[in-house]
Write a protein that binds this ligand. Structure first.
Ligand code: NAD
Length: 439
């Protein structure tokens, strides 16, 4: 019988119990960091040679040069052609929806002119070159390709370089087809810390990028953390999370399966139910026990639910919203009547799924919004991956001649206050010479 924590928000010690539930040791394993640092240093020093050696060692590929690890463009198109029609249609359908959603996120340049002719603004520029890490060690994730590549392309990134490990040389047609659909420019079959290093530092064959996005295992995450600053990175993703708020009127089997859908990711994933209805919580617990046995990933689901899962009885839906804000989950389902009524009360969540028919899984694949979301309570201060992650903002300042006198005086006072004479004089020159030059 599966043992999931049962809590009541009215219990003494509830706050401590929640803190304990959320405590999560970020696996910053010293050994992984040591391995990754050595690989990165080697890639930086020896470029292609090191990249080839690590790829042969970890992914058991048969190649004599990194150039052989680049897939030609027609290989991607061929994968797309080879797909069974149903899968190709589903992938293209999902891509269309993800693109349409992300097109709404495009930031535009803006400016305004003040009465004296001074112009101020913000110029938006897409990143030049982005590296997309697609995990491929143990499973393949075509949906990750869509979710990372489409916002980059919508932003106008000029070149998108994808890396994907292919252990034993086994490429995955769905992943390559997704790359073809998204217009990925180049694909290298390399992975792990060595791929992250190649993208960050550049090698003779792999071009250096400006930002690296995409999920991966502990080696990939550690490598991204190490190269941050040399390149941008998207985020450091923790285990998946789902929090369901239910008024007790949704089918308990649906809710149990929604909890499974994140629990099946890995043993550290977190699935929590909040409901004011004790009978309903019992029904979900019964459904979990009944449905679990039929799940192919039941061992992972069981471990995840027993490790970090919880069924929590709350006072009412207001109480549920307050607890949800404290947890700041990656995914939040509001499985209640009139969910829009409660939306205003939710302040911290990566993605919010409204209503009984909106299963979180739809957001993972095809609803449109991005499935790369803040985890480990970082939704308190960060947002889903989006087009804005691939656009930069430059400030624009064009001061008119009369504006330079007014602003110059203020700047001069403040600069002298800071003891920075060159700053002060640089501003003063503009207005002190104004009359002279005009004569
Ligand atoms: P991966 O591509 O992340 O890692 C494979 C690479 O790891 C290998 O090529 C190798 O270079 C490196 N590696 C393996 N063992 C090593 C060792 N002992 N020393 C040095 N390097 C080593 O693929 P994976 O392993 O299948 O992991 C994929 C991860 O991505 C999973 O943890 C999965 O949960 C996660 N993921 C997350 C999301 C998300 O949205 N958060 C989506 C998809 C996948």
């Amino acid at each position: 019988m599966i043992q999931i924590k049962r809590l009541r928000s009215t219990d003494v010690g509830f706050n401590d119990a929640v803190e304990k539930l959320l405590a999560f040791e970020d696996a910053q394993d010293a050994l992984i960091y040591a391995t990754v640092s050595a690989i990165l240093a080697d890639i930086k020093k020896r470029g292609d040679k090191a990249l080839l050696e690590y790829t042969l060692r970890f992914d058991h590929l048969d190649a004599t040069a990194v150039a052989e690890l680049e897939l030609p463009h027609d290989r991607l198109q061929e994968s797309l052609r080879k797909l069974p029609v149903e899968r190709r249609d589903a992938l293209e359908y999902a891509a269309r929806r993800v693109r349409a959603y992300h097109e709404k996120q495009l930031l535009q340049s803006w400016s305004y002119t003040e009465p004296d002719g001074t112009l101020l603004g913000q110029k938006i520029t897409p990143l030049d070159r982005v590296g997309l890490y697609v995990p491929g060690g143990k499973a393949s994730y075509p949906s990750s390709v869509l979710m990372n590549a489409i916002p980059a392309k919508v932003a106008g990134v000029s070149e998108l370089i994808m890396v994907v490990p292919t252990p034993g040389g086994d490429t995955n047609d769905l992943v390559l087809a997704a790359a073809a659909i998204c217009g990925v420019d180049r694909v290298f079959t390399v992975g792990g810390a060595q791929a992250v290093g190649a993208l960050a530092y550049g090698t003779q064959t792999v071009p250096r990028v400006d930002k690296i996005v995409g999920p991966g295992n502990a080696y990939v995450a550690a490598a991204k953390r190490c190269v941050f600053g040399i390149v941008g990175i998207d985020m450091l993703a923790g285990p998946s999370e789902i929090l369901v708020i239910c008024d007790g009127k949704t089918n308990p089997d649906w809710i149990a399966m929604d909890l499974f859908s994140q629990a099946e990711h890995d043993e550290l994933a977190q699935a929590i139910l909040l409901s004011p209805d004790a009978r309903f919580i019992d029904d979900v617990a019964t459904s979990i026990a009944r449905q679990l046995e039929a799940m192919p990933r039941k061992t992972v689901i069981r471990a995840s639910l027993e490790n970090r899962g919880a069924l929590i009885q709350v006072r009412d839906l207001d109480d549920a919203c307050a607890i949800a804000n404290r947890i700041a989950p990656e995914h939040l389902e509001l499985s209640v009547g009139q969910p829009e009524k409660w939306l205003d009360k939710i302040r911290h969540a990566g993605a919010i799924f409204l209503g009984r028919h909106t299963s979180e899984a739809l957001g993972d694949y095809c609803a449109g919004p991005n499935h790369v979301l803040p985890t480990s309570r970082t939704a308190r201060f960060s947002s889903p991956l989006g087009v804005y992650d691939f656009q930069k903002r430059s400030s624009i300042i064009q001061v008119s001649e009369s504006g330079s006198a007014e602003l110059g005086k203020i700047a001069s006072i403040l600069a002298r206050g800071e003891g920075l004479q060159a700053h002060a004089m640089s501003a003063e020159y503009r207005f002190m010479n104004l009359t002279e030059r005009n004569d």
